[in-house]
Design a protein around this ligand. Structure first.
Ligand SMILES: Nc1nc2c(ncn2[C@@H]2O[C@H](COP(=O)(O)OP(=O)(O)OP(=O)(O)O)[C@@H](O)[C@H]2O)c(=O)[nH]1
Ligand SMILES: [Mg+2]
Length: 375
């Protein structure tokens, strides 16, 4: 999963660490040496060495015997030499990266990120974040790898950390109001809407919530049968109508049914549509106007390249999405669409689709996701 993106991010982080080392004329960050530990978790050994370095820098310990420290007698000379030696030591143990360094460095890696479907605006945001975190900051030799890792971790996290949606909380709230929660799934053709509905329904049923499916894709031949098959496999109630019927009415019927029979949540399937098809977008707007869903979830195929961002933005502009599900990450070596879509719409990702089975749905946890990318 995300093999290319992982490889490119790791390479970029290692190269930036090398660049800092290069500024000191060192070779501290050989390939594969980048420590991949969570942000801010300095190792005990580092703390010990760093503390020691403050009192007696390593270079002083390595000094040849012919020039012992005790030769410095005058406090004035001692002070002067300390300053000189001190600044030399500082020169080799600490370095600052400039904004230009990061700009130049990033331009070398931007193309690889773009090839992994990271959109230009998301890549730019990452670059700005790296500048904000690193430019002008003293980077000590012993902490180079950790600081660079932390900077990359934060830069990526900022693109995907757009809050969270607790489905169970939404269901509980609706229940408190004496009605079922209504969740609408929408998106491009073939993005994985119907499969994701079945997965979410299965997940909610396993948590004790009674779900009913609304087969509101009355447009595509076989769409209703497809959802019915999932409902039958999962033993979940479905409300369906004839092909060609008004999808807004199907969702309405499902909500009435759920209300009357005490179901907790209505999961509504909709027809795949492109964001440029005005009639179908208008139809979607009608479903929303009539049924006022608690959540509008955009289902995006993570294999889609840059178009994923356009889809997300236009759907959001047209009907106002609340969150996303990114599907097919199990067969996705690039992964950039996750960063790009999330950054473009600034809405939470609820789940990642990780396969074709009903259990192949992972709640999206931004920190875990970013750690996984930098592993
Ligand atoms: N590998 C993998 N395949 C998936 C995933 N989600 C959906 N699919 C597959 O993608 C194909 C399309 O899924 P659907 O659920 O029919 O997509 P849809 O958005 O409902 O399609 P339309 O109704 O035609 O717009 C199916 O073959 C699914 O099995 C996933 O997370 N991983
Ligand atoms: Mg479908």
């Amino acid at each position: 999963m995300f093999g290319f993106l992982k490889e490119h991010l790791k390479k970029a982080a290692e190269e930036l660490a090398k660049k800092v080392a290069g500024k000191r004329g060192e070779e501290t960050a050989e390939k594969g040496e980048l420590k991949t530990r969570p942000a801010g978790t300095l190792e005990k050994e580092d703390i010990r060495i760093e503390g020691k370095e403050k009192k007696k820098p390593e270079r002083l310990e390595e000094k040849p015997a012919k020039e012992p420290e005790k030769k410095i007698e005058s406090p004035a000379i001692e002070k002067k030499d300390k300053g000189l030696v001190g600044s030399l030591i500082k020169g080799v143990t600490e370095k600052r990266l400039t904004e230009d360094d990061i700009e130049n460095f990033f331009s070398e890696y931007e193309l690889e990120l773009l090839q992994d479907n990271v959109a230009v605006e998301a890549a730019d945001a990452m670059k700005s974040s790296l500048k904000r975190q690193l430019a002008g900051r003293e980077i000590s030799r012993l902490r180079t790898n950790e600081l660079i890792y932390d900077a990359f971790y934060n830069a990526i996290l900022e693109t995907v950390n757009n809050g969270a949606i607790d489905l169970e909380e939404i269901i509980r709230k609706a229940k408190g109001e004496g009605r079922p929660a209504v969740i609408l799934f929408l998106g491009f053709n073939g993005s994985g809407k119907t499969t994701s509905i079945a997965k979410v329904a299965s997940c909610l049923e396993n948590k004790g919530h009674k779900a009913v499916l609304a087969a509101a894709d009355t447009f595509r031949a076989a769409a209703i049968d497809q959802l019915e098959k999932h409902a039958s496999n999962l033993k979940i109630k479905i409300i369906r109508t004839q092909y060609g019927h008004d999808p807004a009415a199907v969702v309405f019927d499902a909500v009435q049914f759920a209300k009357a029979k005490g179901y907790d949540v209505v999961l509504a399937d909709t027809a795949g549509r492109t964001h440029i098809n005005k009639n179908l977008i208008d139809e979607l707007a009608k479903i929303i106007r009539v049924n006022r869903p608690d959540l509008k979830i955009l289902v995006v195929d993570s294999l889609t390249g840059n178009d994923a961002v356009e889809q997300a933005k236009t759907f959001d502009k047209a009907v106002g999405i609340d969150g996303c599900i990114l599907t097919k990450v199990d067969v996705n070596e690039k992964g950039g669409a996750i960063l790009s879509v999330s950054y473009a719409v600034k809405k939470p990702i609820l789940f990642l689709g990780t396969g074709q089975g009903y259990g192949d749905l992972e709640p999206f946890e931004p920190e875990k996701f970013v750690k996984g990318l930098l592993e």
